[in-house]
Design a binder for this molecule. Structure first.
Ligand SMILES: NC(=O)c1ccc[n+]([C@@H]2O[C@H](COP(=O)([O-])OP(=O)(O)OC[C@H]3O[C@@H](n4cnc5c(N)ncnc54)[C@H](O)[C@@H]3O)[C@@H](O)[C@H]2O)c1
Length: 334
């Protein structure tokens, strides 16, 4: 992966902190930074939802450091931010259903933990704080495509936490002058996304069902749509945010997506075609807290960050299907 270089400057003199770097998106970001010879890449993760094996291939790289730490431990956050130029804050408890089941744990990691890391970054003089928000903040808004400044009411505790992150980041920008950029990810998929997790996302679940010869479950009637986004596009957005020179780019949030939408039925059809395996899906009850449709307007990220997603959904699905086939045993070790 990462044949495209998205930063166009020397990063060998920079120190990066990737929180949640043992997770899905974070470990892809780490892979990119190390591939392009970042000076130092620290990962901060408590392995609650991530996997040491996601960072194991980087351990022998002298530019890499793994910190087994928790966002709820203020002192660890401060230590992790020491001498860091850019923070990519990915650590959080993701998943709408998990947040409905465990609102307190989600609130703790995603709001208190976020604030601990933001304060630590500010106090350490970090140059930029780039953080993961989510399309879930659009809630019950029916506007399509989704534009950053028009959101609806939150539909889940998870969505509340991501919205609070945005409010804190913007206030910290105004009050303390720290440069923040929030990235509203729209259904990211790609290598190292865990299909075995009880709160696994739909694409890894579909692929694993096909590879196991089982019928996947589709919530609702499958006509709901999503702006599914290959993980390399999300990595690109982070890198662009870290290095944008646009003076008005900061203390804002940006949609990170492809700028299209596909229904779950069509997505599953594409996966059957790519895999050459045909198994009818089973339809089950819709999930509470889910938004009905999502389709991003990505013009803000294009203008202010220079974001230009290279991978359409189908290309990403092809890369991912091949990856899961080749790495099944790797994933099943856990
Ligand atoms: N994957 C998506 O489609 C998607 C969509 C919207 C937003 N996001 C956000 O993007 C970020 C990364 O998501 P992901 O899919 O890679 O999830 P992930 O669960 O694979 O990665 C998150 C990582 O954070 C770590 N973590 C959780 N709580 C922690 C704590 N208290 N202290 C330290 N580490 C902790 C986990 O162990 C995990 O490795 C998250 O903030 C998530 O909410 C993801």
């Amino acid at each position: 992966m990462f044949e495209n270089n998205y930063h166009h400057c020397d990063i060998s003199n920079k120190t990066f902190l990737v929180t949640g770097g043992a997770g899905f998106i974070g470990s892809n970001l780490v892979e990119y930074l190390l591939k392009y010879k970042a000076g130092k890449v620290k990962v901060f993760d408590n392995l609650s939802n991530g996997y040491y094996k996601n960072v194991e291939p980087f351990i022998s790289n002298p530019a890499f450091e793994f910190i087994n730490g928790d966002l709820l431990d203020e002192k660890s956050c401060v230590k992790a931010c020491e001498k860091v130029d850019i923070v990519f804050h990915q650590a959080a408890l993701g998943s709408v259903p998990r947040s409905i089941e465990f609102p307190l744990a989600t609130n703790a990691a995603n709001i208190t933990g976020f604030l601990n890391m933001l304060v630590a970054a500010k106090d350490s003089g970090v140059q930029r704080f780039i953080y993961a928000s989510s399309s879930s903040v659009y809630g019950d808004s029916h506007l399509m495509p989704k534009k950053e400044d028009i959101i609806g009411n939150a539909l889940s505790p998870y969505a509340v936490t991501k919205r609070v992150n945005e409010l804190y980041a913007n206030v910290f920008g105004d009050v303390y002058g720290i440069k923040t950029i929030g990235l509203r990810y729209f259904n990211i998929f790609g290598p190292r996304q865990n299909p075995k997790n009880p709160y696994a996302a739909v694409i890894p679940l579909f692929i694993y069902a096909l590879l196991d010869g089982k019928s996947p479950a589709i919530n609702g009637d499958g006509t709901q749509t999503r702006d599914f986004t290959f993980v390399e596009n999300a990595v690109q957005a982070n890198i662009r945010a870290a290095f944008t020179e646009h003076p008005d780019a900061f203390n804002k949030v940006y949609n990170v997506a492809v700028g299209g939408r596909i229904s779950l039925n069509d997505l599953y059809k594409d996966l059957q075609e790519i895999s050459g395996i045909k198994i009818p899906a089973q339809y089950v009850d819709p999930r509470s807290g889910d938004i009905r449709d999502s389709h991003a307007d990505i013009s803000q990220a294009k203008t202010f960050l220079g974001y230009d997603p290279k991978f359409k959904v189908k290309e990403g699905l092809q890369i991912l299907f091949k990856w899961y086939k080749e790495n099944r045993s790797f994933l099943e070790k856990e």
